[in-house]
Ligand binder design. Structure first.
Ligand SMILES: *Cc1c(COP(=O)(O)O)cnc(C)c1O
Length: 283
């Protein structure tokens, strides 16, 4: 079952979109690809999965959905939460809790050391997934995506997908050397992204990092991000408000060929992001 490809017109330009967002309401996008190996694991292999990170994380929700399907207990560690966050009735945190996630808050000053010690004394039935998703395991899932893209052959030469850790874009570029892969940093700047990627593998020549024209802070509301997301939505495809708008801006400003955009998911987080746009008075 391959995820479908849609056409999308933006500013009069034709794009194609690989609809990984349609795989599942909660377990979709690149988090589905990155969890691929674990999804193939028989349920009896593990009892518990542990992870940690932000409370709006798309990875958190994807892991929660996977654990629910597998019957695995899911424990998720975060720094202390505000009461407003705890009481939200939508968004990734809310849905992850409803899927059975056990949430544990760690005091700010303990967080670092506690996370660093997670793998000490682990038993065989517990699996730890680092923030942002499993890394080595991700490679196989992205090779599966690469195979789909190759077989859905659109006679295109360029792909695009936005980066957090850069794992997705890097492994995609490594698996598809005959394509150019565009990405853009959404966490930190291009140097930081290169550093993150280089820790995983040498950056291949077919991977092009487009620099945003302006410095954006991760997961903050920006009016131009909202406008871009709404423009894409009126074109027929909903994208997330955190990663996708920066990537689309860079593509529209800095490229001119036909491109297949790999939808990275994250639409489930829009509910709580839109709430923040409202609080800021942008809506
Ligand atoms: C996690 C995520 C990314 C970033 O993926 P990396 O592999 O960490 O670069 C991009 N888009 C969305 C919607 C995500 O949830």
């Amino acid at each position: 079952m391959y995820s479908p490809i849609s056409e999308l017109y933006v500013d009069g330009r034709r794009f194609y979109v690989k609809r990984d967002d349609l795989i599942d309401p909660f377990l979709a996008g690149n988090k589905y690809r990155k969890l691929y190996t674990l999804l193939q694991t028989p349920p009896q292999k593990f009892k518990t999965v542990i992870s940690y990170g932000g409370t709006q994380s798309n990875a958190m929700l994807a892991i929660a959905a996977m654990c629910k399907n597998k019957g695995w207990e899911f424990i998720y560690y975060t720094k202390p939460l505000s009461t407003t966050q705890k009481d939200e009735k939508g968004g990734n945190f809310y849905h992850a809790k409803r899927l059975g996630m056990k949430h544990i808050e760690l005091a700010n000053d303990l967080y670092r050391d506690f996370i660093a010690s997670l793998r000490l004394n682990l038993d065989e039935e517990t699996f730890v997934i680092d923030q942002g998703g499993a890394v080595e395991e991700a490679r196989l899932g992205l090779e599966v995506l690469a195979k789909e893209i190759r077989e859905q052959n659109l006679h295109l030469k360029s792909l695009a997908t936005p980066s957090g850790t850069g794992t997705t874009a890097l492994f995609l570029a490594l698996s598809l050397p005959e394509y150019r892969v565009y990405t853009t940093p959404c966490v930190g700047d291009a140097d930081y992204l290169r550093e993150q990627m280089s820790a995983l593998h040498e950056i291949p020549k077919n991977l092009t990092i487009l620099e945003p024209k302006k410095k954006y802070h991760f997961a903050k509301p920006y009016i131009e991000f909202l406008e871009m997301q709404q423009k894409l939505l009126s074109g027929g495809v909903e994208f997330d408000l955190i990663y996708a708008p920066g990537m689309w801006r860079a593509l529209l400003e800095q490229t001119d060929e036909e491109i297949l955009y790999i939808h990275s998911g994250g639409v489930s987080g829009n509910e709580s992001m839109l709430q923040r746009y409202k609080q800021k008075g942008f809506i």
